[in-house]
Design a protein around this ligand. Structure first.
Ligand code: SDX
Length: 438
């Protein structure tokens, strides 16, 4: 780290010695107080459940400003990347720190698109699952299993091994996600096609069948590509922190990404797009727009566990810039498909309008996040609801790898091992069971 920009003094009212702590400034964003020597010098820990005020690392990859609703990948605003780049171009940026030139992108694209096949044995992992297994359960399993096929690239301290593993994961996740879908619907797996673009290949593996030719729709492919760009990385969110923590133990990249997939599955995180669409279905089933008021009342009721899925964010206390872009994509896709009057989209817009005017949400700074509209777009693309988070995982794999790489290459990195505030029983003696009273 660079030398301290200034100091913070921690003083105690119990007579303990005060402590000066270095404070560092980043390029942009909040300064950080370096507390690494706190425990050794004072015998106390900091306490921050959920890490609301904790910077776990320094990073050059993604920056978000929750108040401005700003998201930058390597300094580039997400709006400009979504407008001017495709997903592999964005992936190159996240992995390498700079946008590629035409020859660089051509080479990267060719490398990724020539690693899209998985070992033929992989299909037998799928056969062990029930046909109705949730795709995220399958992906946690098969992505972790990938490490059993690649003993040639598991040395995490070898930059070449890390690069090979990165390409394999980025290239094979679409194949594995599409296979999970085909397995669910009982159709044959469709092999990847290297002559197609990354997103067109994914749509092909998802919707083609051996029975007839399948032609991708460029507008829909572009919409999917934008969904992948918007979900590619997002600073130190729960699943990225999971990947970093798993990686800090020296676990191989396939195991780390499998851990990230497991964390992303949660409805408070990547599972929110599936939960948001199911919420809209539920409101629609119980009367649609007329019933929104009743639903909002339930959300406000502290005794109910009902949340407005797709709303709220730990960092964005203004608009999630991705939600705005996702809403635009919604319009484009529904327009292309002649679904202007899609009842779910109308319901979503009505719900958003009501929520943005309701003091409960405004006072808690609860705005639509990326997951609120992404489900509607994916449903319009023909993607089953249960696969939404799998596609989120496909996109976020690039961000997870970039963050994992940065962590491994950081000279300051150590195994992550937080401590605790212990509030359990002090030491006590075991009473043999024969002497224990009921
Ligand atoms: C993602 O971190 C990332 O960057 C994640 C992500 C990424 O790209 O990696 O952006 C992807 O996970 C987006 C978020 C998707 N999750 C959802 O849409 C699920 C619904 N949202 C909530 O679960 C919640 O908003 C969180 C988990 C997203 C954020 O929770 P926080 O910051 O811990 O806020 P909180 O739970 O402390 O809530 C503050 C208040 C509480 O009310 P009070 O106790 O103050 O009365 O707001 C309320 C909460 O009850 N609240 C909600 C709500 N979210 C928070 N009330 C109703 N509906 C909601 N969605």
């Amino acid at each position: 780290m660079t030398p301290a920009d200034y100091k913070a003094t921690l003083s105690f009212t119990n007579g303990a010695k005060s402590l000066d702590l270095p404070v560092y400034k980043g390029t942009i964003g909040p300064d950080v107080v370096d507390i690494r020597k706190l425990y050794n010098e004072t015998g106390v820990f900091t306490y921050d459940p959920g890490f609301m005020s904790t910077a776990a690392c320094n990073s050059t990859i993604t920056y978000i400003d929750g108040d401005k609703g700003e998201l930058l990948y390597r300094g580039y605003p997400i709006e400009q990347l979504a407008q001017n780049c495709d997903f592999l171009e964005t992936a190159y940026l996240l992995l390498n720190g700079e946008l590629p030139t035409t020859p660089q992108l051509k080479e990267f694209d060719h490398t990724v698109m020539h690693h899209t096949m998985v070992h033929e044995q992989m299909q037998f992992f799928y056969r062990g699952f029930r046909r109705d297994a949730h795709p995220m359960a399958v992906l946690v399993g098969v992505v972790g299993a990938l490490s059993s096929f690649y003993h040639d690239s598991l040395d995490i301290n070898d930059p070449h091994h890390r690069e090979v593993s990165a390409i394999r994961l980025i290239a094979k996740l679409p194949t594995l996600v599409a296979m999970a879908h085909k397995y669910n619907v009982g159709q044959p797996f469709i092999y990847p096609r290297n002559d197609l673009s990354y997103s067109a290949n994914f749509m092909h593996m998802m919707f083609a069948t051996p029975a007839e030719p399948y032609k991708t729709n460029d507008v829909l492919v572009r919409a999917l590509d934008r969904i992948l760009i918007l979900h590619a990385d997002h600073e130190q969110n729960a699943s990225t922190s999971t990947v970093r923590l798993a990686g800090s133990s020296g676990a191989n990249p396939f195991a780390c990404i499998a851990a990230g997939i497991a964390c992303l599955w949660g409805p408070a995180h990547g599972g929110a797009n599936e939960a948001a669409l199911n919420m809209l279905y539920d409101i629609q089933k119980h009367g649609g727009v007329e019933k929104i008021g009743e639903f909002i009342t339930k959300v406000k009721d502290k005794n109910s566990s009902v949340k407005l899925m797709g709303f709220g964010h730990r960092v964005y206390k203004n608009y999630d810039p991705r939600a705005k872009l996702m809403r635009e994509t919604c319009h484009e896709v529904l327009g292309e498909l002649g679904l202007h009057d899609d009842p779910l989209f109308k319901l979503a817009m009505a719900l958003e309008k009501i929520a943005l005017e309701d003091d409960y949400f405004v006072s808690r700074k609860l705005y639509p996040n990326v997951d609120f509209y992404s489900g509607i777009v994916q449903k319009a693309l023909g993607i089953p609801v249960s696969l939404f988070t799998g596609i989120f995982a496909l996109a976020r794999t690039v961000g997870w790898i970039a963050q994992w790489n940065e962590m491994i290459s950081d000279p300051e990195q150590k195994i992550g091992r937080p401590r605790q505030l212990f509030v359990g029983s002090p030491v006590r003696d075991v009473v043999p069971i024969a002497k224990r009273s009921a």
